[in-house]
Design a protein around this ligand. Structure first.
Ligand SMILES: [Zn+2]
Ligand SMILES: [Zn+2]
Length: 456
């Protein structure tokens, strides 16, 4: 149908004001897949809530937090960038705030903790690296089934783990890119319909791909199924791994097999230091290393963590090559290609001053550590150039900065304006970060004192 805009009657615009006092802002929706392996993720739940209330996700989430979380537990700034929001599905501060808000708002009809990776905390080191994916992944078949059952297509928590590569129900590889425009999708985008592409608006599950049979390895299938079973077990029993679960199981294995931790590590071809750190209780395991250990021992992680009587035969152990976790980067191939090209052109262009690593990282939405991790040579080269430039120019640069500020203060004084920090900043004479420099502060205070003395 073609709309002929000119023929339409002009409608009167009217502001619609929601009655804030009456608006519930939280509906008693149960999480989809609750108490099962297909439980939905926190971001998906928040998206469904905000969609029901016809609001965008981020304003809704901000309101939810400010209404249901105690002021002392709130962040100082409630503006969060979409890329960092995947943390709401993890086990850090942000997920704790959302769990707190939802549990208060839902008055205990369910526990929002199970919508996040919070129960996985004892299985991963505090940095939470190696657990969550950077972006969204989904199974189009599952979403089509959701639609057929007249339910909202929702994001399953187990899809968001880096180790999950395939859907356990359809044995097909999870999708990560929009089939129409190829764009990656945020886990917690501003638009609440997560099955719609952020960039081009296509349905992410619309196209039928040819099923490429078994385009995954045995290890990937094993890991995906294991994550699913672990989440299922945690949700069905509503229990979490204990802080020392991994240590206790390894202790028991060492005792029954009557071998030392070094021999144990040697048999499995893993680093003895890793086993020692866990056995001595010094460190929590790194999640990919924990999964790799379970794979080598041929014990599914849910049994490893929860079953007190699980044993293993040395004959069943898989003696793979020594694991290298650096290879399991959470950047997709497409991102790597993009960043590698950008790095190449950044290094070739040789601007003066050189590009700073932090500026590059922010511009390309990659973390500092991921840059170091994936492109260590280019990282060191960028850093070397910046440090060299800084060494040569620091003195010159700071003298010039002070000269410029002094001139600015004099010109303001001539016009009878008090040279306050704020005024200097607002007039563009000094950038905010320079106002925190000790030399700038000392100079300004001295000049301001002179100005005040002259006036009085
Ligand atoms: Zn599926
Ligand atoms: Zn798209």
């Amino acid at each position: 149908m073609i709309l002929k805009i000119k023929e339409l009657v002009t409608l009167k615009c009217q502001d619609i004001k929601p009655l804030k006092a009456q608006y519930p802002y939280f509906l008693p929706l149960m999480p989809l897949g609750y108490r099962a392996g297909d439980i939905e993720s926190m971001s998906s739940y928040l998206c469904r809530q905000s969609e029901q209330q016809m609001e965008l996700t981020h304003p809704f989430s901000r309101r939810l937090l400010s209404r249901y979380v105690l002021p002392e537990n709130l962040p100082r700034c409630l503006k969060f960038p979409a890329t960092g929001l995947k943390a709401c599905n993890g086990f850090g501060v942000m997920s704790r705030r959302f769990i707190d808000a939802i549990n208060t708002a839902a008055v205990g009809i369910f526990d929002a903790k199970y919508l996040t990776y919070t129960p996985f905390q004892p299985l991963n080191d505090p940095s939470a690296r190696g657990l969550q994916r950077q972006h969204l992944a989904w199974c189009s078949d599952c979403w089509r089934e959701d639609v057929a059952q007249e339910s909202t297509p929702y994001v399953r928590l187990y899809w968001l783990c880096q180790q999950t590569k395939i859907c356990v129900h359809h044995s097909s590889r999870l999708s990560e890119f929009c089939p129409a425009c190829g764009e990656i999708q945020h886990q917690f985008s501003a638009f609440p319909r997560q099955w719609v592409c952020d960039r081009c608006g296509h349905n992410l599950h619309e196209y039928d791909f040819e099923h490429i049979a078994e385009n995954y390895t045995n290890e990937e299938a094993w890991a995906s199924n294991s994550i699913y079973r672990l989440i299922e077990r945690i949700n069905q029993t509503q229990t979490e791994p204990r802080p020392d679960s991994v240590k206790r199981t390894i202790d028991r294995l060492l005792l029954t097999l009557k071998i030392s931790s070094v021999e144990f590590a040697d048999h499995l071809n893993v680093a003895p230091k890793m086993i020692n750190n866990i056995v001595s209780g010094k460190r929590r395991p790194y999640f990919p290393a924990f999964m790799d250990l379970c794979y080598r021992l041929d014990i599914p992680p849910d049994h490893f963590v929860f079953d007190e009587d699980i044993l293993t035969e040395k004959e069943l152990w898989k003696k793979n090559d020594k694991p290298v976790f650096g290879a399991s980067s959470n950047l997709t191939d497409q991102q790597k290609r993009r960043i590698s090209l950008a790095l190449k052109s950044a290094l070739q262009s040789q601007p003066n001053p050189p590009i700073r690593v932090s500026h590059f990282a922010r511009k390309h939405e990659i973390s500092y550590s991921a840059l170091f991790f994936n492109f260590s040579n280019e990282y060191s080269e960028l850093r070397r150039r910046w440090l060299k430039w800084q060494r040569e120019n620091r003195r010159l640069h700071s003298t010039e900065r002070l000269k410029y500020i002094t001139e600015a203060v004099f010109s303001m004084a001539r016009n009878g304006i008090y040279p306050s920090d704020r005024k200097l900043r607002d007039l563009g004479y000094v950038i905010p970060s320079d106002l925190r420099r000790r030399d700038v502060i000392l100079l300004l205070r001295a000049l301001q004192a002179i100005y005040s003395n002259l006036k009085s």
